[in-house]
Design a protein around this ligand. Structure first.
Ligand SMILES: [Zn+2]
Length: 61
C-alpha cells in the first residue's frame, strides 16, 4: 500500500531486502556506508572473514 522505497544494491542495482540493507548499514565501515545485495556483500566480507577462519590465512596477503 504505502510505497516503501526498496533499497537497492549499490553495485548491480538489484532490489534487496530490508534485512540486507540493515546488515550493510550496521557494518557501514566495511561497506563504505552503502548497501549491497547478498552476492556483492560477499566481496566485502570475504577478506575480513578469511582472517577469522581458524588456521586459514588468506594466501593473498
Ligand atoms: Zn549487487
Amino acid at each position: 500500500m504505502s510505497d516503501q522505497k526498496q533499497p537497492t544494491c549499490a553495485l548491480c542495482g538489484q532490489e534487496i531486502s530490508e534485512e540486507e540493507s540493515d546488515f550493510c548499514l550496521a557494518n557501514s565501515g566495511r561497506f563504505n556506508g552503502q548497501v549491497f545485495c547478498s552476492e556483492h556483500q560477499k566481496r566485502f566480507s570475504a577478506c575480513p572473514a578469511m582472517r577469522w577462519q581458524p588456521g586459514g590465512r588468506g594466501s593473498m596477503h
